[in-house]
Design a protein around this ligand. Structure first.
Ligand SMILES: [Fe+2]
Ligand SMILES: [Fe+2]
Length: 406
């Protein structure tokens, strides 16, 4: 099969991306398109780029709603070390041991998936002038042919560039006619006006509110940001999409609440983003980790992930700050004598933007101004949930509530 690989940061994904895919397929240039959101973009390192899980899951939702077949989204870059250079991604994705199972997992029959494929790197003509400055361009061309979208008026430029690259690398460039709209992610992101995006992207952005929330990262230290970005990638194989986005949302909201209440923003970001990191470990492992953190204080299976999370934060992410580890340990129950950080993470966990279990409007309104008032509403709502399910609350939650004056 002829397979186009379409890499990009998709920050955010827009109609221009979708038009490129649609036109590449309808022109007959290729049979399939695999979309590959970059994880650590080499040109836009650090805070400029939204953490990878937001972009990956947004693209996945949009592609699923837009194309019924022949277009797949690939998470390969989560498992590659270091900066996402195109050459590294191509080297891995074009290997039979990767591409055959990937296609089959996406519903391509085994016989077809196991064929010898021809790979293309799908791109706009804007990359051609600088392509020879990319990392290892010859090796890139040994895996894939450049497949360039040709817009009206582009012809002479593309011919010129194609001749230039042929002179350097001896390669040919494939092209296809593109009629679709053109949009620029950077402008949309800078404007903060997402109304021109596909509806599914708008919904995703509204649900998680991450373009607003990530602004707090500008006020966090480089070290805390680096840990946040690193954790976002490392937790990808540890958590389901919904839970990973939840725990990142809690990190960003905790940092914003810390900012509003004069608490330590870095600690809040880290405790918040790691608070559920252990939630999908097998229960017996959670129990072992929990016991090493807090002995037999927590025995209820639903609570184990909190101290176990502190264990993983320490062992896997190198967090040594006891205040941060405690905020993770007590995020489900609260405790008597709770610190400001404990309270912030507890509350952010229950009211982050994607939460919908009850009407959170008033808690959200109160949270930046009166933390304890928001917590009182929150702790009462949680207690009510427990009562309805016939589950007793942990005794330290009673202490937590008493301190809040409930
Ligand atoms: Fe939790
Ligand atoms: Fe949580």
């Amino acid at each position: 099969m002829r397979i186009a690989l379409f890499g990009g940061s998709f920050d955010p994904v827009h109609y221009g991306h979708l038009a490129l895919i649609r036109d590449a397929l309808s022109s007959g240039a290729v049979d399939k398109v695999i979309v590959i959101p970059t994880v650590n973009n080499s040109f836009k390192r650090g805070r400029a780029l939204t953490p990878a899980p937001y972009r990956y899951y947004m693209v996945r939702d949009v592609i699923k709603d837009t194309f019924k077949h022949d277009v797949y989204v690939c998470d390969i870059e989560f498992s590659l070390e270091g900066i996402s250079y195109t050459v590294n991604t191509l080297r891995e994705i074009t290997r039979d041991v990767y591409i055959i199972p990937f296609l089959m997992k996406n519903g391509v029959p085994g016989e077809l998936a196991a064929q010898r494929h021809q790979f293309f790197w799908l791109c706009g003509s804007d990359i051609l002038p600088d392509f020879d400055k990319w990392y290892k361009p010859s090796e890139i061309l040994s895996y894939a042919v450049l497949l360039c979208a040709k817009r009206k008026g582009d012809e002479t430029d593309i011919l010129e560039q194609a001749a230039r690259l042929k002179g350097i690398f001896g390669c040919d460039i494939a092209t296809f006619e593109m009629n679709g709209v053109d949009q620029a992610s950077s402008e949309i992101k800078a404007d903060g006006d997402f109304s021109s995006l596909p509806e599914t992207a708008q919904e995703f952005i509204n649900t998680h509110d991450f373009y607003n929330a990530v602004r707090i990262l500008d006020r966090c230290s480089d070290e805390a940001c680096a840990l946040f970005y690193d954790a976002a990638v490392k937790m990808y194989p540890m958590l389901s999409g919904k839970r990973l986005l939840h725990t990142l949302n809690v990190g960003l909201l905790s940092a914003r609440l810390a900012d509003a209440h004069g608490a330590d923003i870095d600690k809040a970001l880290i405790a918040g983003c790691l608070h559920d990191c252990a939630k999908e470990y097998p229960i017996d492992e959670q129990l072992r980790m929990a016991q090493s953190v807090s002995g037999d204080l927590f025995i209820d299976e639903k609570l184990l992930h909190s101290p176990a999370g502190a264990y993983v934060a320490r062992e896997m992410f190198g967090v040594t700050d006891q205040e941060v580890l405690d905020a993770i340990t007590y995020h489900t129950t609260g405790r008597g004598g709770a610190t400001m950080l404990d309270k912030i993470v507890y509350l952010a966990d229950k009211i982050e933007p994607a939460r919908t279990y009850t009407d959170l409007t008033e808690m959200r309104r109160l949270a930046p101004d009166d933390l304890d008032a928001a917590l009182r509403l929150c702790a009462l709502a949680v207690a009510e949930k427990f009562r309805k399910k016939g589950r007793p609350q942990h005794p330290i939650t009673d202490d937590f509530m008493r301190d809040l004056g409930i």
